[in-house]
Design a binder for this molecule. Structure first.
Ligand SMILES: [Zn+2]
Length: 306
């Protein structure tokens, strides 16, 4: 899956809402305290366990039946949670955010911020029943999801505080991991947002091990704007082949680095460097950054005078 960029106007509108929250919290330094956001926004976060549906049942029973189509049949919410890939849910009437209590803390943090995103974007009010696609057509669902994700990223990474740390620097996976710790966000989310923030050609790949198993090797292929604009011919397939060309078979820690060349849309060659790391849960995280324009090779037909 490739990352997409929201239209500038939408991004600005979302940023205005995120700014209101951050101003309300007195422009905090990282890491953002999500509980403070819940309080400020008068949101009621609840964590449910699939073994205990009490919170979900209570939520459903307190929602006005008939207020929303989905609530005419409350069983559907619970069905969606249990059977679909539902990890979180925002119920506008109660300002309640339901998050799967079994998730890893970092995932809870991201999903909570994502639901906060839905809650602050008033045009989501008519759609938001949860992160499943049963109530919306696919493209509409994807759009509001990417808007909520953008809001989550801008909130958790404190808007410009993250850009200030990321722009104008060459990064390594390790250095981005350190920045991620400062913001109390996951390494993967930090690399993802860093690439989207960078103003130089760069990309990240998140997927299963490039040389093991049959899973998706480039589940997320994230490119900076300038990479997407200048290197339109390099996509998930090329990225997967590149990773397979240098990654070791190891299942944890650094898997290797490589310097490689890609041609831009005008056929000029550019040098990049990429590194990969196998995460404990089995995914491999890779980061590629621009180095320099490759020297043009000119065929010498006459002796060079010194
Ligand atoms: Zn959502």
């Amino acid at each position: 899956m490739r990352n997409t960029y929201l239209p500038e106007e939408t991004a600005k509108e979302i940023d205005v809402q995120v700014s209101k929250i951050l101003r309300g919290l007195g422009k905090p330094e990282p890491p953002l305290d999500l509980n403070a956001v819940f309080q400020l926004q008068k949101l009621d976060p609840q964590y449910y366990l699939t073994s205990d549906d009490g919170v979900v049942r209570e939520t459903v029973s307190r929602v006005k039946i008939g207020a929303k189509l989905i609530f005419e049949n409350p069983v559907r919410i619970w069905d969606a949670i249990r059977h679909a890939d539902l990890r979180a849910l925002y119920v506008p009437e109660q300002r309640r955010i339901l998050v799967d209590g079994n998730l890893h803390d970092m995932k809870k943090r991201w999903n909570s911020a994502h639901e906060i995103g839905h809650s602050i974007l008033e045009w989501h009010g008519d759609y938001t029943f949860g992160d499943d696609s049963i109530t919306l057509n696919q493209s509409c669902h994807e759009l509001i999801e990417s808007e909520a994700n953008f809001a989550a990223g801008r909130l958790l990474f404190l808007q410009d505080k993250f850009s200030e740390r990321v722009l104008g620097q060459t990064h390594t996976l390790k250095s981005l991991g350190e920045i991620g710790k400062d913001f109390a966000n996951s390494w993967t989310a930090t690399v993802y947002r860093a690439v989207e923030t960078l103003d130089v050609p760069s990309f990240a790949v998140i997927g299963c091990h490039p040389r093991r198993g049959k899973g998706d090797k480039a589940r997320y292929f994230v490119t900076s704007r300038s990479f997407a604009n200048n290197f339109p011919n390099f996509g998930e397939v090329e990225a997967a082949a590149l990773l397979a060309s240098y990654c070791s078979f190891s299942t944890k820690g650094p898997l290797g680095t490589k310097t490689f060349v890609i041609k831009d849309a005008r056929s000029d060659a550019h040098e990049f460097e990429i590194e990969s790391f196998a995460l404990p849960q089995g995914d491999v995280l890779s980061l590629a950054q621009y180095r320099k324009k490759s020297p043009t090779i000119i065929a010498v037909t006459s002796p060079i005078l010194r």
